[in-house]
Design a binder for this molecule. Structure first.
Ligand code: ZN
Length: 178
């Protein structure tokens, strides 16, 4: 714990003293790799999901906004959605359009209108992470991970237990042999 505190202090110092960055860059690199290697749980935000009414119109909007075209479009039949993905630097934005009225996106749009639908976190082992979160008292909407968009295994946490934010867990499907 003490080591963690030291690392955070280094980062805070660098933010306040940007001219010292050159001297401390080795520490910053260590800090980043330390975070990545030691975070077995939710180790980074994988993407932000945004519910849209018309994905073609929203693709054009986000293309103007971000200055890049979507790098992927994909239908996920099991979820009743069409998706498209944009990159903003290393970060991903997922647009979601409902393909039928029973889609979770159709229900979301009806209740809340267009906007941020979920935040997705990258995890190394989705089964272990589901077990950990259940143990912590969170409600997992699908305890068996399912295949989502963008070559991922996914599971969702009920927003009632997470302060109103729908949380998605994503694990990259690396090599599936059936
Ligand atoms: Zn997502």
């Amino acid at each position: 714990m003490l080591q963690d505190d030291c690392k955070f202090l280094i980062v805070r110092f660098l933010v306040r003293n940007p001219d010292q960055r050159r001297i401390c860059s080795r520490e910053t690199i260590n800090f980043n790799s330390y975070l990545w290697q030691n975070s077995k749980n939710m180790r980074k935000i994988e993407h932000i999901g945004i519910a849209v009414k018309d994905i073609n119109a929203s693709n054009k909007l986000y293309e103007r906004l971000l200055g890049v075209a979507p790098y992927k479009s994909e239908a996920v039949e099991s979820e009743g959605v069409n998706t498209s993905f944009f990159l903003s630097g290393p970060n991903k934005i997922e647009l979601l359009e409902a393909t039928n009225e029973n889609s979770p996106i159709a229900k979301f749009l009806e209740k809340k209108g267009e906007g941020i639908h979920h935040i997705a976190f990258d995890v190394e082992d989705i089964v272990a992470e589901i077990a950990r979160l259940k143990e912590e008292g969170f409600t997992v909407l699908n305890e068996t991970p399912k295949i989502g968009a963008d070559n991922k295994l996914v599971a969702f946490l009920h927003p009632k237990g997470t302060g109103g934010v729908l949380i998605e867990l994503c694990q990259e499907i690396v090599d599936v042999r059936l």
